[in-house]
Design a protein around this ligand. Structure first.
Ligand code: AHR
Length: 316
């Protein structure tokens, strides 16, 4: 009887909340990449279209700023929190505080190591699979030729850096002709991608000993392309390039023959996140713990110039 009463009260509260404009706090990592900027733009667009009042907080790449933002959203009594977590560990206390305040948290694009009862759902891609798709492309492309690979990793401790590294290694396992000879973080930024690639080129006989670059995101690859050109080599042919994201600047590099392949990560994480929240607010519908987005491979054969334009028109 008591539980029936509680369920009814919860349903009435949720229905009442669903009827008025909802307030959602969004703790975004920062603006390290073109992909991240696109995610921010699309989240704001989605909120506006749905009449959601979005409180945006830019953490400037710092976890402590994200934790402070979550606490501020809890204090304000928002109806939900979107969190794109910069790194995977260290979220338990902040997530527990949101849970204690009955505020559902939805993770966007990155995972946390916390127990999954501390958040409502996570929207994102299978990050290991992304690395496997990228590695699978390289395996096909080089066949049985020897290939020395350099790797630009994402932000240290972030779930995409960990999982994309694992996935790529899964794909090349058993292909002894392919070897990762250097691996370093470029923190998902274009400037560090360029800087680290310069050091790889220097260490690898001016780049002559490098067959391929695997970058955990397109922005680092775009920075690396610049470094390769400055070293007098042709990116896309002297050094094969495969990355992840599918942003317009990288498609333009593919259209120019300076990059070879990318795995798409949609920046529209907010669409599925708000769909899940709206159903939850309406009648308490529980979403699955993981809402998976697609990981499609694009190569130079897939009209890269057209894809760049298409994405720009979507607000990337
Ligand atoms: O978490 C997603 C990754 O974060 C994107 O691949 C990258 O561009 C961004 O910085």
């Amino acid at each position: 009887m008591k539980s029936l009463l509680l369920t009814t009260v919860a349903a009435i509260t949720m229905t009442a909340a669903a009827a008025s404009a909802q307030t959602v706090g969004f703790s975004q990592i920062g603006s390290e990449s073109g992909w991240r900027a696109a995610e921010t733009t699309l989240t704001k667009q989605q909120a506006e279209e749905r009449g959601i009042d979005l409180k945006f907080s830019d953490a400037q790449q710092k976890q402590e700023n994200q934790i402070a933002a979550i606490r501020a959203f809890v204090a304000q009594g928002v109806d939900a929190i979107l969190l794109a977590p910069v790194v995977a560990t260290g979220w338990d206390s902040a997530l527990e505080e949101a849970k204690d305040a009955d505020i559902p948290v939805v993770l966007l694009d990155r995972q946390v190591d916390s127990s999954d009862d501390l958040y409502l759902t996570a929207v994102g891609s299978n990050l290991v699979h992304e690395g496997e798709v990228a590695g699978g492309w390289l395996v096909e492309e080089v066949g049985d030729k020897d290939c020395r690979v350099v790797e630009l990793q994402g932000t240290t401790g972030s779930s995409p850096a960990i999982d994309r590294a694992t996935g790529f290694r899964n794909a090349i396992e058993g292909h002894d002709n392919i070897e990762i000879v250097r691996s370093q973080t470029g923190d998902f930024t274009r400037s560090q991608g360029k800087e680290v690639m310069e050091s790889f080129l220097q260490a690898e006989n001016g780049g002559a000993d490098i067959c391929a670059l695997y970058a955990h995101n397109d922005d680092m690859a775009v920075g690396a392309i610049q470094a390769i050109k400055e070293a007098g080599l042709k990116p896309g042919s002297d050094i094969l390039i495969v990355a992840i994201d599918a942003v317009p600047d990288y498609f333009q590099a593919m259209a120019a023959g300076e990059a070879n392949a990318t795995v798409e990560l949609t920046p529209n994480m907010a669409g599925p996140a708000f769909d899940a929240l709206e159903a939850y607010w309406a009648d308490g519908t529980m979403p699955p713990k993981f809402i998976q987005t697609e990981s499609k491979l694009y190569t130079q054969a897939d009209d890269p110039a057209g894809e760049a334009e298409r994405r720009k028109s979507l607000g990337y």
